[in-house]
Design a protein around this ligand. Structure first.
Ligand code: BES
Ligand code: ZN
Ligand code: ZN
Length: 485
């Protein structure tokens, strides 16, 4: 994908379509010159009113492009980055229909337009056809027509490139995207970006670290567990250090408490947290962001078989806390617990954020438009929530309700890994909290949004990689705060 910019409409080169946006109720554009008449036709006919995401296609001999898309942005007073993402997402879908490979886009005159337009187009333009015999034709060239658009558009292109790579990881077969595959992917990131260093920790290292919970979950699987550590040092002079921990279950069968077909069908996406973290660090490097970030990604498969870990057995965590397994399907918190305790001891981070598809109850609580946020720091929670609103990858803060901790008590061990289904997401967060000591910590349960049953707005069906834009925005804001100080 290439993005070009030009300041003037008459300086553009011919492409497969020209996109012209209109606000609802304001169907005039003074600057169209000889295109004016042809663009007015669907408006006069009443076929196009400028509603959000509405699209009309016009053809004419006087148009240099094969066609013009009239695009509705909805009412001007309620226009926002999110509305632009939705509207230009609709353009990307029209490009599939009309087989457009190149676009000229007359940008709305809004400071946030270049970024939001690129996000909407590249998100909805995502194609996953690896396993299809017939391939889709992707959009190849976009020219944005407007002033000072290049820098923001280029940054958005870089972030969306990593978002779409994360989607590929999530959508790929679980028998391809194994712990070893993720490790190789992380190694390649360090070759592509010199400021990223990757260390792959193998099973022997995991044993040496006494990560008994990660080993327990992994013991039934054909593939050995890995602990992937990726560091990006964008601000070596600073002690500030964000550690991201991502759940990397490459396939979740539920273990001996086997999932149903319905429950298991999407479980190749159970490494979405790890994929999001990899995409965030890739974006940080691609944008040369002045921040220090390390990803700690425990990854393995939660398999069923003769070697699978057992209900009722007790395993010892890296932190020394022993855990009675009351549900083998509550495996995410187990591998995160060992990774969190390692992250705290090895890096003493200024902030620790874990992200993963932890609980189905999160969807019961919030539906599919929010991720759950748990935090021991109001400051961190507020900053993340604000980035959520800004990127529309929204978070809703949930309580770390102390009274419920009792439910994790065990007769035979220091704690259980799961309790009653009530407040399941909170119980999970309380379990994790035991492993973060006093470090400012946030836990993002992205189970509701990671894998979509249907395409929604500019988000594709299946792997969404929601969370990447959120965390990149959050880290970008931090960098600005540091410069202000
Ligand atoms: N990976 C699942 C959570 C999940 C469910 C993600 C649906 C995406 C969509 C997780 O490992 C799991 O199975 N959690 C259990 C926890 C329970 C046993 C306490 C669940 O949600 O049922
Ligand atoms: Zn599970
Ligand atoms: Zn899981």
């Amino acid at each position: 994908m290439q993005i070009h910019t030009t300041a003037y409409l008459d300086k553009r080169e011919v492409s497969d379509a020209l996109v012209i946006a209109y606000y609802k109720g304001q169907l005039v554009r003074p600057d169209l010159g000889h295109l004016e008449t042809i663009c007015q036709a669907p408006i006069h006919a009443g076929d196009f009113t400028g509603g959000l995401g509405e699209l009309a296609c016009v053809w004419g001999a006087e148009v240099e492009e094969k066609r013009i898309f009239l695009l509705g942005l909805g009412p001007e007073e309620s226009c926002s980055p999110e509305k632009l993402r939705i509207a230009y997402g609709a353009v990307a879908k029209a490009c599939f229909k009309y087989k457009c490979k190149s676009l000229n886009i007359l940008l709305p005159e809004l400071e946030y337009a270049p970024k939001a337009v690129v996000e909407g187009l590249l998100s909805a333009g995502y194609i996953f056809d690896l396993y299809k015999s017939e391939k889709e034709e992707p959009l190849e060239d976009i020219t944005l027509i407007g002033k000072d658009a290049l820098k923001a558009a280029d940054r958005a292109l870089r972030v969306m490139t990593s978002v779409n790579r994360a989607r590929d990881l999530i959508n790929g077969n679980a028998d391809t995207v194994t712990p070893q595959f993720l490790a190789q992917y992380a190694k390649e990131l360090s070759q592509e970006f010199p400021r990223i260093t990757t260390e792959i920790k193998d099973k022997a290292w995991i044993q040496h670290e006494n990560m008994g919970l990660l080993l327990a979950v992994a013991q039934g699987a054909k593939y050995d567990p890995q602990c992937i550590i990726c560091s990006y040092k964008g601000r070596p002079v600073s002690d500030e250090h964000t550690v991201l921990v991502g759940k990397g279950i490459t396939y979740d069968t539920g273990g001996l408490k086997l999932k149903s077909i319905e429950g298991m069908l999407s479980m190749r996406s159970d490494m979405s947290g790890a994929a999001v973290c990899l995409a965030v660090i890739e974006a940080c490097a691609a944008l040369s962001m002045p921040v220090n970030v390390t990803c700690v990604l425990p990854t393995c498969e939660n398999a069923i078989g003769k070697d699978a870990y057992k209900l009722g057995d007790v395993y010892k965590s890296r932190a020394g806390i022993t855990v009675e397994i009351t549900n083998t399907d509550a495996e995410g918190r187990l591998i995160l617990a060992d990774a969190l305790s390692y992250a705290v001891d090895a890096y003493n981070p200024t902030q620790l954020i874990d992200v993963g598809t932890l609980t189905g109850s999160m969807e019961i609580a919030l539906g599919n438009s929010y991720m759950g946020l748990f935090s021991n720091s109001d400051f961190l929670a507020e900053a993340l929530t604000s980035s959520g609103l800004h990127t529309h990858e929204r978070l809703w803060r949930m309580p770390l309700c102390e009274e419920y901790r009792e439910q994790l008590k065990s007769d035979v061990a220091d704690c259980k890994n799961a309790a009653t289904p009530k407040a399941g997401s909170i119980i999970c967060a309380l379990f994790l909290e035991q492993f973060v000591q006093n470090v400012p910590w946030a836990h993002i349960d992205m189970a509701p949004v990671a894998f979509a049953k249907d395409a929604r707005g500019y988000l594709p069906k299946n792997g969404t990689a929601v969370g990447v834009r959120l965390l990149v925005d959050y880290l970008e804001k931090q960098q600005r705060e540091q410069h202000d100080n």
